[in-house]
Design a protein. Sequence first.
Length: 71
Amino acid sequence: MTSHLRIERTEDGVVHGEVEYEAVGRSWQHKFAMRVFADRDELDAALAEAGLQLERWLDSEVGRWFVALSA
């Protein structure tokens, strides 16, 4: 599988783009918008605002993917 990432724009800390995946002669795309947090405090504040709290990191060495649960 190969993937291609295209960033369309960044607005108010939100990155907008599209990812295209290709595998076995097929391809599919999806658009996304994601917030990039400056640090752990900013992430914790955003989660708290949504009534969530960080439970654990799924990739503890890198710290990009996480599980959040109701606070």
